[in-house]
Design a protein around this ligand. Structure first.
Ligand code: ZN
Length: 228
């Protein structure tokens, strides 16, 4: 008879979006205990994202899944007049990848959630970062360095893991089949509670469903001109 591994708990940084939502869904399927972290940074989309994070975790409810832990990490004081704070000149679907880079954000989000994990006896924090991310602060050297810094004694050991680091968007989306992805949210310029349909993230979202040949259940406020 196979030995049953003792239950362990994994923290997951959850933006309310597709990738981290699918990661949580995968862990729940694997019967891993999960504590999602949603971090409020004062950026223009945070309320819709938080609502989505709550809806999604309720929709995949499981004895293995805790309610999201909501942490505060204001960045509007640092970002000032940045579009993520003002909501003006939001990058659209034709913007280059660099346009949506948020300086320092990955490091700060990880440090905040990882510290919570260390203080609560959780030894792993997982991120839904894809291998195809164009940014250096989503790549292996960055996370290795950050993990080393987080493990300076006397801090409790923590591992930073990225289960999707060798996957592309299509592969991740295919893992999302059967999950309530209609409850995720990924838009830089929400219109009420709806995805705007025209920002850089909405374009990426539409493409993600298309790549995986999945029906897009998102209710967009505006149609987007057909594109490749
Ligand atoms: Zn949008």
């Amino acid at each position: 008879m196979a030995t049953i591994a003792p239950p362990t708990t994994t923290g997951v940084l959850f933006s309310g979006g597709l990738d981290s939502g699918i990661l949580i869904g995968q862990f729940v399927r694997q019967k891993r205990n999960v504590v999602p972290f949603f971090i409020r940074s004062g950026l223009v989309w945070q309320w819709e994202e938080l609502e989505a994070a709550r809806r999604f975790t309720q929709a995949v409810a499981s004895p293995y899944l805790a309610a999201p832990v909501v942490l505060e990490l204001p960045l509007d004081d640092v970002y000032g007049e940045h579009w993520s704070v003002t909501g003006t000149t939001i990058p659209d679907g034709s913007s280059p990848d660099e346009a949506v880079y948020l300086p320092g954000r990955n490091a700060m989000l990880v440090i905040k959630a990882a510290t919570w994990c260390q203080l609560h006896g959780i030894g792993e924090l997982a991120l839904g970062v894809l291998g195809t991310s164009p940014f250096d602060d989503a790549r292996t050297p960055f996370f290795e360095n950050l993990e080393a810094a987080m493990n300076c004694p006397p801090a409790k050991p923590i591992r930073l893991t990225r289960p999707f680091s060798k996957m592309d968007k299509r592969q991740v989306m295919l893992l999302g089949r059967g999950l309530p992805l209609e409850h995720t949210f990924s838009c830089l310029s929400p219109v009420g509670r709806l995805h705007c349909g025209v920002c850089n993230k909405c374009a990426e979202r539409r493409k993600a469903f298309r790549l995986a040949d999945l029906e897009d259940p998102t209710n967009y406020a505006a149609a987007l001109a057909p594109s490749g």
